[in-house]
Design a protein around this ligand. Structure first.
Ligand code: CMC
Length: 440
């Protein structure tokens, strides 16, 4: 239900002065419940004929949202007001999904119903098995995810009317429930094992591990420590306000596209190494470093402006002191390695040493580049036996609820318009067309 109040204009304003004409223009300032105030430029073009210029949206608030709050300076991340470390410690992924979608923690009966409703949707249309078989066996699983999730709109057309709240709810539940099934199938397909159907008596994370590692030949017992770690990773990645993939989902959805198509667009955006693809890139980088003695050489490369190499898993657009998700994961990483009896993991040794050296290096300190969530998640996934190419897929499984919650929020927003940025044009002015036969 939409209970949206318009954003509050403060008594403060900004005055823009055109130094050429001397004309002045007052810009209203809006205040949120937390975070910096925003300068409202919505009428700027209509009133002054000027656009704002902000490539990478470093100073742009693209929407109003009530879902996730980040204070990058203080390392604060709240889902619907609840701190991420508290949720990671005390909650579980299904509860967090419910929280993100509905705005507050569910009661016991609401949680039970939500879990039942989600598990009811975990199975895929049987015809999708054949759709998988059209892919090469060595396809990157993110390519498979983009394709299969996009194709869901062809299989579940009965939940694509975005004007109908019931359709929106069913599509949201389907996406959250089916993502682990699709991810596990993408994995099974690459290794040539039969697809494993979901088991609704298992919890969300247990079922995911079961579908990934179970086979029809023998009983598969899910390790509770690993299931807990997986659940925690899902919680930590569930939402992150207006990041690249979420903004992609909102932008795709702003045209009225169906939710399955929008989430497929989000998966494509997540794939890049500057975003969700970083967890895979971290592992590849640690493998390439190979030995702690090679770290200085890689640090030198990362600092070299003429070398495109960056330390993967370091830096963040918003977090400028620490990433609170990385702190939780660092602890989880050690729990998983202890449980699996991995005492000497060379890649972890390299990671720890890399972190130590980078955190002392003036370049990284002065630019406020700290390990982010992807620095540790890759090491945990590797220890669990998950292949590197699947790391970003797991991020997508977790982030689906965030995408879906943000997409629903956008659709229900009465001020929502199609997203349509403008540009600073630097190309040629109008030219005269010369017919081909007259050109040299
Ligand atoms: N290694 C070396 N230098 C870096 C790095 C890095 N990882 N990250 C940023 N810098 C430098 C960058 O060259 C720039 O230097 P200068 O000011 O001299 O030009 C300065 O630090 C600021 O960087 P930026 O690229 O302007 O910052 P951004 O906010 O546009 O980019 C980022 C943020 C996450 C894309 C970037 O830090 C990066 O590429 N990190 C590595 C990839 C990574 O780990 N991504 C996962 C992000 S967390 C998971 C998620 O939310 O998806």
């Amino acid at each position: 239900m939409n209970n949206k109040k318009p954003p509050k204009a403060t008594s403060n304003t900004f005055t823009l002065t055109n130094n050429k004409t001397g004309e002045s223009y007052e810009l209203p300032v809006l205040s949120g419940t937390m975070g910096p105030d925003v300068i409202d430029v919505r009428r700027l073009y209509a009133d002054t004929g000027h656009f704002t210029y902000d490539p990478g949206y470093t100073s742009t608030g693209s929407c109003e949202s009530k879902i996730t709050f980040i204070d990058g300076e203080k390392g604060i991340l709240l889902y619907r007001g609840y701190p991420i470390d508290v949720l990671a410690e005390q909650s579980d992924f299904m509860e967090v999904c419910n929280l993100l979608l509905y705005g507050d923690l569910p009661s016991q009966s609401q949680k039970k119903k939500f879990e039942r409703d989600i598990t009811y949707h975990t199975m895929l249309h049987e015809q999708l098995n054949y759709f998988f078989r059209g892919f090469r066996r060595d396809s990157h699983p993110m390519a498979v995810m983009v394709g299969v999730v996009g194709a869901l709109s062809a299989f579940y057309h009965d939940s694509t009317d975005i004007t109908d709240p019931y359709h929106r709810m069913v599509a949201s539940y389907r996406l959250i429930a089916k993502m682990p099934t699709i991810a596990a199938m993408a994995y099974k397909y690459t290794i040539g094992q039969p697809f494993v159907y979901p088991r609704n008596d298992l919890k969300f994370s247990e079922n995911f591990l079961y579908m990934m590692f179970g086979t029809p030949c023998e009983e598969f017992k899910v390790n509770p420590v690993l299931a807990k770690a997986m659940d925690r990773i899902l919680i930590l990645h569930a939402d992150h306000e207006q990041n690249a993939s979420t903004s992609t989902v909102r932008l795709a959805g702003s045209s009225g596209a169906n939710p399955f198509a929008c989430i497929a667009a989000g998966i494509a955006s997540l794939w890049g190494p500057a975003h969700g693809g970083a967890n895979e890139a971290v592992l590849n980088m640690l493998t390439e470093i190979g030995d702690a003695k090679n770290i200085p050489e890689f640090i030198k490369r990362a600092k070299d402006k003429d070398d495109p190499f960056r330390l993967m898993g370091f830096g963040h657009r918003v977090y400028k002191n620490f990433d609170p998700r990385a702190r939780v994961l660092e602890k989880t990483c050690h729990e998983v390695l202890d449980e699996l009896g991995i005492e000497d993991e060379p890649l972890l040794d390299i990671a720890v040493e890399l972190e130590r050296i980078a955190l002392e290096d003036d370049y990284f300190v002065s630019k406020k580049l700290y390990p982010n969530v992807d620095f540790y998640s890759g090491i945990i996934f590797k220890a669990m036996g998950i292949p590197t190419s699947l790391f970003t897929v797991l991020f997508a499984v977790a982030r689906t609820v965030g995408w879906v919650a943000q997409w629903n929020e956008m659709i229900e927003d009465p001020t929502q318009k199609i997203g349509r940025p403008r540009q600073l044009f630097m190309g040629d002015k109008e030219k005269k067309y010369i017919p081909l036969h007259k050109r040299k």
